[in-house]
Structures are given as structure tokens and as C-alpha cells.
Design a protein around this ligand. Structure first.
Ligand code: HEM
Length: 437
């Protein structure tokens, strides 16, 4: 590699890291793969085309694996679904995934609505709703109560502190520079991360022991995973179970929170969209009905098209495989750049316009729209997240009438900036609260 190409590769990597949407939108019309270098992982060949998405998402399990190293490993642990491949991945998925399917998810909706109502209970007319902050609080509470199954108030506060600290400790330089993952006399960021992860595992361990000792049925995610087995009747060890629960926290909290923030922003930025959502909400009363509303779901889908919180879907090839006409070898890493594919003008007319109606007139294929990835690694929380977003938005908007201040309406939309494994809006959105009903 020449000096000039090295500088160019570093500059591109920096652009992708600082302004992922700007970088990937720049490549939206590309018909050829474009390379990006990642620390530790090396060069990833990214695609923006539907044909490439089809090839990547339908690649046989025998020909691809999860690319390693993954910067999220210190938080999620080596048994995490995100890091496993092959038979171990299949077995772990068989145990975890059923807790996130249809009937199970519908059973969580009332609690999600209750959590939301509690989080906005103190908001009064004349005040402001800081959307990002409230979204963080609601989705963390959903994680603690619905996924980890924590009902006890005192314990809930401990979970809230420890999970927030863990996510904070596991982001930033430690994720990108493995060399920093060492203790200096029991101090430093790495020691802090290990300490807070151990604290969370102690809390989770106590919760698991209590559940195992009790005959009571709780119907939450924790219960379902504890009672699930793989095809051979196998279960997860306590260590593996803690890794999967931390994985759900890392994969499911910030992603849902940022999607909720963007959705509420777009809804309140455009009166016709807000009126459309409110009109539909007037026909529904229960959380289950909110989750089934077509226009509200179209708004959520359009939010995930414009702002996919996990912008890249990666596969490491383990043997020769062709992606969109390009031949690759084992060891090569290929990826779908979601902000590029979701803005590809050949797949989406007027891609920079927020237009929920594109999801009302028919479903896009998984090879033009893939906010949850796809194939055998598709996000296990996809249905959960879509329902959660609908119930939270429905509950907030039937409780509070809000308006986006004129000044914010006139401003350019916030950019997406990286945080943890997700991207979040570059500034806080404050909605004015008009009435409460
Ligand atoms: C709007 C919210 C969310 C988005 C946009 C999202 C997106 C994604 C994406 C793009 C992937 C990679 C899929 C692939 O490689 O094909 C993924 C994987 C995953 N997600 Fe989500 N996710 C969300 C919420 C959740 C929630 C709520 C949970 C669980 C509570 C969750 C758990 C996981 C897990 C465990 C994986 C790894 C699956 C595997 O490798 O087998 N996600 N997610």
C-alpha cells in the first residue's frame, strides 16, 4: 500500500467513524463495493445494492461467521450470540429467540405501557419533554423490568445504576483499542469496566437463583429463557446466560432508545404525520391495539429506514463466495452499509424525504430494507423492538399533546453520531408540552 492510499484509507475510516450517515449516504448510489478499515478487524468491503444484500443475507451458514474481534466483546462476553458462530450460535439462538416471538412479545406489552406511563407521569403542561433523555429512561426500564424481570424497587435502582455505568464504561476508546484493556494497579477504565460487569453479573446471578427456586410463573423474557432448551434438550450455563442478558442490554437498549427519539422527532416535525398518528391512535385503546396500527408502524419503519441505529451488517467469509458478481475468499469481511442501501436512489425514490406512506403501499423486500439485518443472524429483538416502539409512542401521545418549537422545526435535522454500537441524534430534542389528558 502506498503512502497516499494509506492516508486515504485512514481519512475514510475517520469520516465513517465521525459522521457515519454523511459517509454512507455519499456511497448510496455506488454499484461497486467500497472499502473501510476498522481497527483490529482490517478492511471491510461494503455494499449499497439490493443484489449484494441478497447474497450477504442468504450466504450459507457454512460459508460465513461473525467477524472477530468485535469491540463490544468486553461488555457482552465470549458466549454472546453476537460473537458465536456455527453450531454454538445455532444452539444459543434456539434457547434465546423464542422469548422474542409473537405470542411471547404480545405478553409484554401491558408492562411496557405501564413503564412508559410511569416515566412521563411527572410531565406537566407548560414544561418540556427532553425526548432523548426520556427515551433512554423508558427503554432502560423496559430492559430491567421486562427482559431481566426485576420488580423489586430497591433492586431496580441498583440495576439502573449498574447497567448505565456498564454501557458507559464499555463505550469509547476501550471498544476500539484492545491494548487499553489492562489494569493499572486495579485502577483505570478497564478495571472499572470489569468491576461494574461483575456487579451486574452478581445481580443477575441472584435473580436467576431466585427464579430457579420459585415455582411462580412471571411470563417475562428471563422466565422464558430459563425454561427454554435447544433441540437436544440443552440449556445455558449461568455464565452463558449472563452473557446473553448483557448482550440484550447492549444490543437492545440504545438501539430502541435512539429509534424512539427519531420517531418522536419526525412525528412532531410534520403536522400531517402527527395528525395521522393521532387520528389512528383515537381508534385504539389497549397496548396490543397500538402495536397493530398500520400508520404508526409505517412511521416506525420509515424511521428505521432513515436512521438505522446499527448502520452496518457484517459477515466474515470462511470460504470462496461471490457477492454481487465479486469473488471473495475465506477471511474476507463483507458488509451491507444500511444508510447507503436505505438511501440508494434506485431502491427508494426521494430517499431523503421522511415519508411513511412508502410502507403502506406494500412491504419492501429484505434486500432493500434491512434495519434488523437478516438471514440466520437477523436481530432476535426485531419484533420486540417494533412493538415496544409502537406501544411507547402510543402511550406517550395519548397522554401528552406536544409541539416541536418553531426554532427547532426550522433547523436542519440533527446528524447521527456514534454511541456504543448504535448511532444517536447529535443534539437533544425538546418538545413543548401543551396539554395532558
Ligand atoms: C430498533 C431496535 C433494534 C435494531 C435496529 C436492531 C438491529 C440489529 C442488527 C442490524 C443486528 C445484526 C443482524 C445481522 O447481523 O444480520 C442485530 C442483532 C442482534 N440484536 Fe438487535 N436491534 C434492535 C433491538 C434489539 C433488541 C430489543 C434486542 C433484545 C432485547 C436485540 C438483540 C439482538 C441480538 C441478540 C442480536 C444478535 C443476533 C445474532 O447474531 O444471532 N436487538 N440487531
Amino acid at each position: 500500500m502506498t503512502w497516499a492510499t494509506t492516508v486515504s484509507a485512514l481519512a475514510r475510516a475517520a469520516w465513517a467513524g465521525i459522521d457515519p450517515d454523511g459517509f454512507f449516504h455519499h456511497h448510496a448510489a455506488d454499484t461497486e463495493p467500497f472499502p473501510v478499515r476498522f481497527p483490529g478487524l482490517g478492511t471491510v468491503l461494503f455494499f449499497a445494492t439490493g443484489d449484494a444484500a441478497r447474497d450477504i443475507l442468504t450466504a450459507p451458514t457454512t460459508l460465513c461467521r461473525a467477524p472477530l474481534p468485535n469491540p463490544i466483546e468486553p461488555v457482552v462476553g465470549e458466549h454472546s450470540l453476537i460473537l458465536l458462530s456455527g453450531a454454538a450460535h445455532r444452539r444459543a439462538r434456539a434457547i434465546v429467540a423464542p422469548a422474542f416471538r409473537g405470542e411471547a412479545v404480545r405478553g409484554y406489552l401491558d408492562l411496557i405501557a405501564e413503564v412508559t406511563a410511569e416515566q412521563v407521569a411527572a410531565v406537566r403542561p407548560g414544561g418540556r419533554l427532553l425526548v432523548g433523555r426520556v427515551a433512554q429512561a423508558i427503554t432502560l426500564d423496559v430492559m430491567i423490568r421486562v427482559v431481566f424481570g426485576v420488580a423489586d424497587r430497591a433492586r431496580h435502582a441498583q440495576y439502573a445504576r449498574v447497567t448505565t455505568e456498564l454501557l458507559h464504561a464499555g463505550s469509547g476508546p476501550l471498544m476500539l483499542v484492545p491494548w487499553l484493556r489492562r489494569e493499572v494497579g486495579g485502577r483505570g477504565p478497564w478495571a472499572r469496566l470489569v468491576a461494574v460487569r461483575t456487579q451486574l453479573d452478581r445481580l443477575l446471578g441472584a435473580q436467576i437463583d431466585e427464579r430457579r427456586a420459585s415455582a411462580q410463573h412471571h411470563g417475562d423474557v428471563m422466565d422464558r429463557i430459563l425454561n427454554a432448551t435447544d433441540d437436544d434438550g440443552g440449556t445455558l450455563t449461568d455464565t452463558a446466560l449472563c452473557d446473553q442478558l448483557r448482550t440484550m442490554l447492549a444490543a437492545g437498549h440504545e438501539t430502541s432508545s435512539t429509534s424512539l427519539t427519531w420517531a418522536l422527532y419526525h412525528i412532531h416535525r410534520d403536522d400531517s404525520i402527527r395528525m395521522g398518528v393521532l387520528g389512528e391512535l383515537a381508534t385504539a385503546t389497549t397496548p396490543g391495539e397500538f402495536a397493530a396500527l398500520p400508520y404508526l408502524n409505517a412511521v416506525i419503519s420509515e424511521t428505521l429506514r432513515m436512521h438505522p441505529p446499527v448502520p452496518i451488517v457484517l459477515r466474515e467469509l470462511t470460504g470462496p463466495y461471490t457477492v454481487d458478481g465479486h469473488a471473495y475468499r475465506g477471511g474476507d469481511v463483507v458488509g451491507i452499509a444500511l444508510p447507503a442501501m436505505h438511501f440508494n436512489p434506485r431502491l427508494w425514490p426521494r430517499p431523503d424525504v421522511f415519508d411513511p406512506s412508502r410502507f403502506l403501499d406494500g412491504k419492501p423486500t429484505p434486500f432493500q430494507y434491512a434495519p434488523f439485518g437478516g438471514g440466520y443472524r437477523r436481530c432476535i429483538g426485531a419484533g420486540f423492538a417494533q412493538h415496544e416502539l409502537a406501544v411507547v409512542i402510543g402511550t406517550i401521545m395519548t397522554t401528552l399533546q406536544m409541539r416541536l418549537p418553531a426554532g427547532e422545526r426550522r433547523r436542519r435535522s440533527p446528524r447521527a453520531v456514534p454511541r456504543g454500537i448504535a448511532t444517536i441524534p447529535s443534539r437533544e430534542i425538546a418538545l413543548q408540552v401543551l396539554t395532558r389528558g
